[in-house]
Structure formats: structure tokens, C-alpha cells
Write a protein that binds this ligand. Structure first.
Ligand code: FAD
Length: 394
């Protein structure tokens, strides 16, 4: 097989890039190791920045998002028994975020790809990338017991943190920056009405908690747990009791509980691999960087990488501007590191660390109090939360 862009991985990065390229008439093939049902069963992110929403609309998949997504003008920070609202819209001259599950984004993109006749090769085993430093790279894999090969101009590595793309770059050509946090998030999905119309991020002496939602009838709640904890040890009752303990009284009293329909523990990690390109291979999304989910940035960073590579490839194929390819990593990394910083800061401010003693707890509360007590502080939080602007490609 031959194509212009071979895309490894059919998560949100790969699907969104594929959809944008498809609409621009740039041929692409997605190679994915799992099947569609498995991909759609993954419960992950849920808060979309305005830049990502606009990109999804540009990709022609904005209709259901605009109908069913919940526009949020603000969120609550809970600490020291009180709640402080960050008014995103007011503090950022009209910007907001959209609550719409990653699973739904993926579903919309898969349907659009099917409708546009795009090729996705699911269940591909032993995917390998070859001749990345030449202008004729190619991808090999096994599918239905047969060896297959895709020749292309460029390879987009959209295969997540554990994928093969980043691993195909020689170790001495890559610098890795990493921080693993000594705790995880225990998440519960339940068909219950949200405790609050907007998200609530809570700092509590027992640890962090987050009240989020997927729709007016479906909630996604999290509590911070130790890195070694097992999901089997968390009955629904234990989870709800812990969540209530960590919320201010007025929220705990109105929390409606119910049976969990999904429960899992996600580890927290900050990770960046530099540069995000090697020869004709470009890394996007989780293949290149991970953030702890506290700032709601993981999925959104994947979207800004897609936007950058898409706009570069448009100029490459329409105007012959191959010089721009060299700038991909630099452009992405400037925004990636700012999101890494914000996610690390939110994590540091809201979680209980093994060495968090009474003094550190007071410092966290005072830092929160200082930020919410200052217009500049609130604005800093708001402009990062709604997402920093995408850099133009020219
Ligand atoms: P992925 O979604 O990981 O997709 C990669 C795709 O590549 C997958 O389909 C995979 O099957 C495929 N693949 C992997 N290896 C290969 C291979 N060798 N060959 C072919 N295909 C391969 N972000 C937030 O902003 N908020 C959250 O609340 C949040 N919660 C999360 C919870 C969990 C448990 C996890 C894991 C992540 C969470 N994230 C969250 C992060 C967010 O989901 C990711 O940033 C986002 O999925 C990145 O998309 P991606 O397409 O780059 O990678």
C-alpha cells in the first residue's frame, strides 16, 4: 500500500489528524493495534479547551458536540471548607471550556472517517517503522496472519505513551524529562446527577478530590489514592464516603450516590520527550508527552499538536514549504511545556504528598487563598485552564 501520511494509532490524535488531512485531500492510512470496540471502551478525558472545540468543528465533527456538549463558564476551587469560583468567561474575555467525553470525540471522529471513506487498519500486530531518516519511510505490520507494508512520505506517531513510534527513535537522539507522582486517581463513573453544575477541584488534608461530569445525568468523580492502592479494595460505599469527607459540607450534603458503572485507578505522571520529531517521523499527543490530569490538559495538548502538524502538512503539500517541517517540534514544545507547568502546579497545589505536614498544608491553603484573592491570580488560573493560544504556522 502507498499513502502520503501513515498514522500510527487511532486514538484522538490519530483520528483527528486523519480527519483533517482527509478533508484537505491529503491521503492517509491509520494503522491501529486494537479493534474499534476496545478503543471506544476507554473512559478518559472530558474537558475540551475552546481551541480543541474549534479544531473539531473545522474537522467537520462539531454537530453533536455543539448539541450535547456542556459549555462551562467557570469551575470551583474548594479548600479550607469553602468554595471559590473561577469565572473563566469573565476572566478571559469570553472564553469557556466544553464538557464532552473523550469517548464521544473518538466516536464522532470514527464515524466521520467511515463516512469519508478513510482507511483504518485495525488489529495490526508488530507494527514497525523503517527508514525514518530517508524520504521513503515505510511501516510494516502483521494483520490477519499476513505481513503488510505501507509506504509513505511522512509518519505521524499518534500511538500513545506505550506505542512503538517514540521507541523507534534511537535513545541518543531523544531527551526525556519525567516526574512520577507518588499517588493516583481513583475514578468512578455513575449515572447520578452532578453534585454541582460546574467542576469542583478540592484540596483536603486527606487528599485531592474532583467532581466532574459527562452529562446532566452522568458523573465522573475522583479521589486521590496511594500509588499502591488496588481498585478491588474500593467498594462503592467506601468511595462515596471518602469523596464526601473531602468536599465542603454544603456539597457533601447534596451529593447523590449510586452504583458505579466504571471504576479504575490512573497513575499520575509528567513526561516530555524532546525533540518531537526524528527524520520523517513526528510524535503527537501522549506519544510525546504526558501530564497529570489535574489541569485537564492531556487530550487538549494532543489537539494542539495535531493542529500544528496539520497546518505544516497543508503548506508542505500545497505550497512546497518543506522548510516548515523542521519547526514542528519547537512550535509544539513551547505550548507543551506551558501545559506541563500548569498541570504540575495544579497537582502540587491540590494534592497531599507523602511529606505534606501541617506546615505544607497551611502553605497550600494560603497559596490558594492568595491566588483567589487577587484578580491577577484568578486571571492566571483562568487563562491557563481555558488553554493558551495555538501558535501560528507561517
Ligand atoms: P491514546 O489515546 O493513547 O491513543 C493511542 C492509540 O494508539 C491507541 O488507540 C492505541 O491502541 C494505539 N497504539 C498503541 N500502540 C500501538 C502500536 N504499537 N501500533 C499501533 N497502534 C498502537 N486527559 C485529560 O485531559 N483529562 C483526563 O481526565 C484524563 N484522564 C485520563 C485517564 C486515563 C486512564 C488515561 C490513560 C489518560 C487520561 N487522560 C486525560 C489523557 C488523555 O486521555 C490522553 O492525553 C489522550 O488519550 C491522548 O490521545 P492520543 O491519541 O495521543 O493517545
Amino acid at each position: 500500500m502507498k499513502t502520503q501520511v501513515a498514522i500510527i494509532g487511532s486514538g484522538p490524535s490519530g483520528l483527528l489528524l486523519g480527519q483533517l488531512l482527509q478533508r484537505a485531500g491529503i491521503a492517509n492510512i491509520i494503522i491501529e493495534r486494537k479493534d474499534p470496540a476496545y478503543i471506544l471502551s476507554r473512559i478518559r478525558a472530558g474537558v475540551l479547551e475552546q481551541g480543541m472545540v474549534e479544531l473539531l468543528r473545522e474537522a467537520g465533527v462539531g454537530a453533536r458536540l455543539d448539541e450535547e456538549g456542556l459549555v462551562h463558564d467557570g469551575f470551583e476551587l474548594a479548600f479550607d471548607g469553602r468554595c471559590e469560583r473561577i469565572d473563566l468567561k469573565h476572566l478571559t474575555q469570553g472564553k469557556t471550556v466544553m464538557v464532552y467525553g473523550q469517548t464521544e470525540v473518538t466516536r464522532d471522529l470514527m464515524q466521520a472517517r467511515d463516512a469519508a471513506g478513510g482507511t483504518t487498519l485495525y488489529d495490526a500486530d508488530d507494527v514497525q517503522l523503517h527508514d525514518l531518516k530517508t524520504d521513503r519511510p515505510y511501516v510494516t505490520f502483521t494483520r490477519n496472519g499476513e505481513s503488510q507494508r505501507v509506504d509513505c512520505d511522512y509518519i505521524a506517531g499518534c500511538d500513545g505513551f506505550h506505542g512503538v513510534s517514540r521507541q523507534s527513535i534511537p535513545a541518543d537522539s531523544l531527551k526525556v524529562f519525567e516526574r512520577v507522582y507518588p499517588f493516583g486517581w481513583l475514578g468512578v463513573l455513575a449515572d447520578t446527577p452532578p453534585v454541582n453544575e460546574e467542576l469542583v477541584y478540592a484540596n483536603h488534608p486527606r487528599g485531592f478530590a474532583l467532581c466532574s461530569m459527562r452529562s446532566p445525568t452522568r458523573t465522573r468523580y475522583y479521589v486521590q489514592v496511594g500509588a499502591e492502592e488496588k481498585v478491588e479494595d474500593w467498594s462503592d460505599e467506601r468511595f462515596w464516603n471518602e469523596l464526601k469527607t473531602r468536599l465542603p459540607n454544603h456539597l457533601a450534603e447534596r451529593l447523590i450516590t449510586g452504583p458505579s458503572i466504571e471504576k479504575s485507578i490512573a497513575p499520575l505522571r509528567s513526561f516530555v520527550a524532546e525533540p518531537m520529531q526524528y527524520g520523517q517521523l513526528f510524535l503527537l499527543g501522549d506519544a510525546a508527552h504526558i501530564v497529570p490530569p489535574t489541569g485537564a490538559k492531556g487530550l487538549n495538548l494532543a489537539a494542539s499538536d495535531v493542529s500544528t502538524l496539520y497546518r505544516i502538512l497543508l503548506k508542505v503539500y500545497r505550497e512546497g514549504r518543506t522548510d516548515l517541517l523542521q519547526r514542528y517540534s519547537q512550535i509544539c514544545l513551547r505550548r507543551v511545556w506551558k501545559a506541563e507547568r500548569f498541570s504540575w502546579w495544579m497537582t502540587s497545589l491540590l494534592h497531599k504528598f507523602p511529606d505534606t505536614d501541617d506546615f505544607s498544608q497551611r502553605i497550600q491553603q494560603t497559596e490558594l487563598d492568595y491566588y483567589v484573592g487577587s484578580q491577577a491570580g484568578r486571571q492566571t488560573i483562568a487563562e491557563n485552564y481555558v488553554g493558551l493560544p495555538y501558535e501560528a504556522v507561517e
